[in-house]
Design a protein around this ligand. Structure first.
Ligand code: ZN
Ligand code: ZN
Length: 335
């Protein structure tokens, strides 16, 4: 009898521990299944009634007619309110010291832009959080310091992006826009079709931007691949993966938020979001902060594919998102 009790007292804590471990495991499995079911339901709902479903109600990357967007800022504000969004950040292309057809023209126009956004905030601030920001290009030795833009124009934040890659003799390769021929010509004329040299120059420029400019958000980090279409480079190449990883390590070190940008996908110029899934998986492992953006150039696109982007990042494992509020950028839970 005594030996029975003693063996029971020996086994009881083990049994208790095992059962609590088992319960924990069971709870995790149930939680995982619920999250999977939630994702499935969301996917089905967004397919059948996309206009009714809105998961992510913020977009901090928007271009109006002040840069290369299609309409006046107020039209975007009205569209965002109609779609039930909570926040809209305008991010015109920052002025550049050379002739171009996409950025805000000059300092006076930039001042007018910031004033107009502030006026819209007064008018619609009860219904929508509105921010005045810039998407600033980083071109070493050419573009304005981001901190100077911030100080001179009182911006809410800056998205740092690379659209123009500088080669060794100082000429610039335009890697964006709908025309793939421009990308191919630039690769040929500025880099002698040396894809490794060209892509390395792109990522080195982004890394330098992260290290020297302190942009709060990094825009469409792997956009360089948009016009590649598997012709010049296979993304599996170890040297390419190394470059991207160096870039992510810099973002991690400097606390940069990396946006998940839906524009390439809805404009049918790329097969996935920027960045692509394998990069998102690495970012999740490294606990890099993210936000979602549609990079809208027209009012109807203020939230295009944001729900799908949220489903994707949830599947990858992200459980929080960085949102701009009155007091700055904060992590907010997705669930
Ligand atoms: Zn951009
Ligand atoms: Zn943009």
């Amino acid at each position: 009898m005594e030996s029975d009790w003693s063996s029971l007292s020996f086994f009881w804590p083990i049994a208790k521990k095992t059962s609590s471990l088992f319960s924990l495991l069971l709870i995790s499995i149930i939680k995982y299944q619920i999250s999977n079911i939630k994702n499935q339901i969301t996917s089905i709902l967004s397919y059948f009634c996309p206009q009714k479903l809105s998961l992510f109600k913020h977009n901090f990357h928007t271009h109006s007619a002040y840069s290369d967007g299609k309409a006046e800022p107020e039209a975007y504000v009205k569209a965002a309110i109609a779609k039930g969004m909570y926040s809209l950040g305008f991010s015109e292309h920052a002025p550049l010291p050379f002739e171009n057809n996409f950025s805000v023209k000059d300092a006076d126009t930039l001042r007018k832009y910031v004033g107009e956004i502030s006026h819209l905030r007064d008018k619609y601030g009860q219904e929508l959080n509105i921010y005045a920001a810039l998407e600033a290009d980083y071109i070493p030795g050419v573009s304005l310091e981001f901190s100077k833009l911030n100080d001179d124009f009182g911006l809410d934040y800056i998205i740092g992006s690379v659209h123009l890659v500088k080669n060794d003799d100082g000429r610039m390769w335009f890697i964006d826009g709908p025309d793939r021929e421009v990308w191919k010509k630039g690769l040929e004329n500025l880099f002698d079709n040396d894809i490794r040299a060209a892509v390395t120059a792109y990522y080195e420029q982004i890394i330098e931007m992260i290290q020297t400019q302190k942009a709060e958000v990094i825009g469409h980090i792997d956009k360089i691949m948009m016009h590649n279409k598997n012709e010049f480079l296979n993304e599996e190449e170890p040297w390419y993966r190394d470059l991207v990883m160096q870039c992510l390590e810099a973002a991690k070190e400097y606390d940069s938020i990396i946006e998940v940008n839906t524009r390439g996908l809805y404009k049918k110029r790329y097969h996935t979001f920027f960045p692509g899934r394998w990069i998102l998986i690495q970012m999740h492992k490294m606990n890099i902060p993210i936000t979602l953006s549609s990079d809208a150039h027209a009012p109807e696109d203020v939230n295009t594919l944001l729900d799908e982007a949220e489903i994707t990042v949830r599947q990858v494992g992200f459980r929080e998102m960085w949102i701009m509020r009155e007091d700055g950028w904060n992590a907010e839970p997705l669930d």
